[in-house]
Design a binder for this molecule. Structure first.
Ligand code: HH2
Length: 318
């Protein structure tokens, strides 16, 4: 099914953090209107333009295939399309900025010329890649290093006016799963995100443009991931929209025994749970089924964040 293009609607970058209490719990019944941000949450569809991503590497390296896949994700209900040109799976080889740009830019440009309405997010830690993506129409920078990998990134995001997702990762992708250790994983991830948010604000990124992500699977054991999901409300209490990325990840397979292509039910379970704990952006490969599961959850648990205690005095309630 293809989303109608006649009504361009409000600029997508305004929608990400918009919370309309009156609309919460009333997601659209018609999937062609499937960007349910006015309901206070968003599904972020994953578009990996890579040969080696852990679950779909090589499937969308061809730009036409990537554009068509992204268009389908939007039609299935993705309010955000997260375009990435470098895998972050453990052991992944680094990609040059030129190669990364060559993968992602034609896809962003192709989506824009096809009239995509979803917000475009660029999944990168490199400022040159982010800069070109922002020029081409991306309005969200998803940096899994939380602005630590490239010293030019914070200023770039600040100047551009884009939103930015700050994610927790222990170590770096190559070695992050080598015996990660925390005394209290939730407290440590929370302290890290608070510190990175302060860093971002000091560099001129206004607080209302920041999203936070505990980084499920990034330097975490099975037990760490479960503890983060169980106590996600403590991360939500930081007062910024929380992004959650569990889709098809190996910890789900450790529990269910299912291979990577058969983790949809487990992905849905964790996203529903994360919604109930207050997460607001759900980064997934299988947009349609997750979107349906969240629509039902949102209708049942209308305001998961109503009881949250913001730690920041400037927390936006919009
Ligand atoms: N997970 C992956 C990549 N980027 N970004 C955020 N904010 N949160 C996540 O949990 C997250 C992320 C890994 O998943 P995927 O993109 O499917 O795999 P790969 O890195 O191998 O391309």
């Amino acid at each position: 099914m293809t989303a109608p293009r006649s009504d361009p609607g409000p600029p997508s970058s305004d929608l990400a953090l918009t919370f309309d209490p009156a609309a919460a719990g009333r997601p659209p019944a018609d999937r062609s209107e499937a960007n349910p941000r006015s309901a206070g949450y968003a599904v972020m569809g994953i578009v990996n333009v890579t040969p080696d991503s852990f679950s779909d590497g090589g499937r969308y390296l061809d730009r036409a295939a990537a554009i068509s896949h992204a268009t389908e994700l939007e039609a299935s209900g993705a309010a955000i399309l997260d375009i990435g040109g470098e895998s972050t799976r453990p052991g992944a080889l680094p990609v040059s900025p030129e190669e990364e740009l060559d993968r992602v830019l034609p896809v962003i440009e192709g989506l824009r010329s096809a009239g995509a309405r979803a917000q475009i997010s660029i999944d990168t830690s490199k400022a040159t890649v982010a800069a070109a993506a922002l020029e081409s129409g991306a309005t969200l920078v998803n940096d899994v290093t939380a602005l630590r990998a490239d010293s030019a990134m914070a200023e770039l995001v600040a100047r551009s006016g884009a939103e930015c997702c700050l994610m927790h990762m222990l170590g770096e992708p190559r070695t992050m799963q080598d015996h990660p250790h925390y005394d209290d994983v939730v407290a440590e991830v929370k302290a890290f995100l608070e510190q990175r948010m302060t860093f971002a604000i000091l560099h001129g990124i206004t607080e209302e443009r920041i999203l936070l992500d505990p980084g499920i699977g990034f330097g975490k054991t099975l037990e760490h991931n479960l503890e983060l999901l169980r106590r996600l409300d403590e991360i939500v209490a930081l007062g910024r929209p929380v992004v959650i990325g569990t889709s098809r990840k190996s910890f789900l397979g450790r529990i269910t025994g299912s291979p990577v292509d058969d983790r949809l039910a487990a992905t849905i379970a964790t996203n529903v749970l994360a919604y109930e704990r207050g997460a607001r952006v759900f980064r997934v490969h299988d947009v349609g089924p997750v979107r349906d599961a969240l629509a039902i959850t949102a209708a049942t648990v209308p305001r998961p964040w109503a009881s949250m205690t913001p730690t920041s005095s400037t927390m936006s309630t919009t």
